[in-house]
Design a protein around this ligand. Structure first.
Ligand SMILES: C[S@@+](CC[C@H](N)C(=O)[O-])C[C@H]1O[C@@H](n2cnc3c(N)ncnc32)[C@H](O)[C@@H]1O
Length: 245
């Protein structure tokens, strides 16, 4: 997969992309991440990439010409085509479904805004998706782009050490993930549940599934709607709920 990120602040991506899972995925050739400074396509001695808001108002808007020029040049850099995601608080809320959809693409282009954001013509004529990472406003699209790229890269087959990891994570099966424990079996008097020490795989799987259900019912009951649960699971869950969890 090829990922291109268009931003005014490519330096902000150093660090998060140079460590851990993203770095390993890049080193393994599973993904290439290419950062492009939109200012490189801004004209004039000062390479100005922003301008005043038409109609008045505070802040500056990212001019369309350098963004369109950058996009056209970046598209020329490789033959693959794919979604063009523009990060904006006014976009569709980012979630697991979109990570899976985007990870299946051969190429992903991310537009990261700054100041008051992009001229509306960039939204209308360049973006295929407008995506928000949550109902709050950040100073720029760089952190949202990092969030999106990290979540997408995890979904690329081989990016995580074990293929099971991604399937067992929260949201993959529509549920939140069960709590984890590691050694020691007792810490400050708090015990690891016996079943996890039993070595009985079927019992461990059952416990985990029930914990997934319980956590989801407590914290995100909306996720349970429409999820195919067995009758036994439904009964067990309603018993737990009757007992106040
Ligand atoms: C200060 S924000 C602009 C906010 C815009 N004036 C508004 O009120 O919707 C600058 C840039 O940060 C990015 N951004 C800020 N918050 C975001 C969020 N929650 N999700 C995605 N991108 C965000 C966008 O790329 C946006 O163009």
């Amino acid at each position: 997969m090829r990922i291109d990120i268009l931003t005014l602040f490519p330096g902000m991506f150093r660090g998060p992309f140079d460590e851990s899972i993203i770095k390993r995925a890049v080193d393994a050739g599973l993904v290439s991440i290419n950062l492009h400074n939109i200012r490189d396509w801004a004209e004039g001695k000062h390479q100005v990439a922003d301008d005043y808001v038409y109609g008045g108002g505070p802040g500056m808007v990212m001019k369309p010409e350098p963004v369109f020029a950058a996009m056209e040049a970046v598209l020329e850099m490789a033959p693959e085509r794919g979604p063009v995601v523009l990060m904006t608080p006014a976009g569709r809320k980012f979630g697991h479904g979109l990570t899976v959809e985007l990870a299946a693409a051969e190429r992903l282009i991310v537009l990261s805004g700054h100041y008051e954001g992009f001229d509306a013509r960039v939204h209308e004529h360049l973006a295929t998706h407008e995506v928000s990472i949550g109902d709050y406003v950040l100073s720029g699209g760089e952190l949202p782009a990092m969030v999106l790229v990290d979540a997408v890269v995890r979904q690329i087959p081989g990016a995580l050490g074990s293929p099971d990891s991604v399937e067992e994570e929260s949201f993959s099966a529509g549920l939140l993930e069960a709590p984890h424990y590691t050694r020691p079996p007792e810490f400050r008097g708090w015990q690891v549940p016996d079943v996890l020490l039993s070595g009985h795989h079927a019992e461990v799987d059952k416990w985990r599934r029930r914990q997934n259900l319980l956590l989801t019912a407590r914290r995100r009951p909306d996720l349970l709607e429409g999820l195919p649960l067995s009758n036994e699971e439904k009964e067990w869950l309603s018993e737990q709920m009757e007992q106040g969890f």
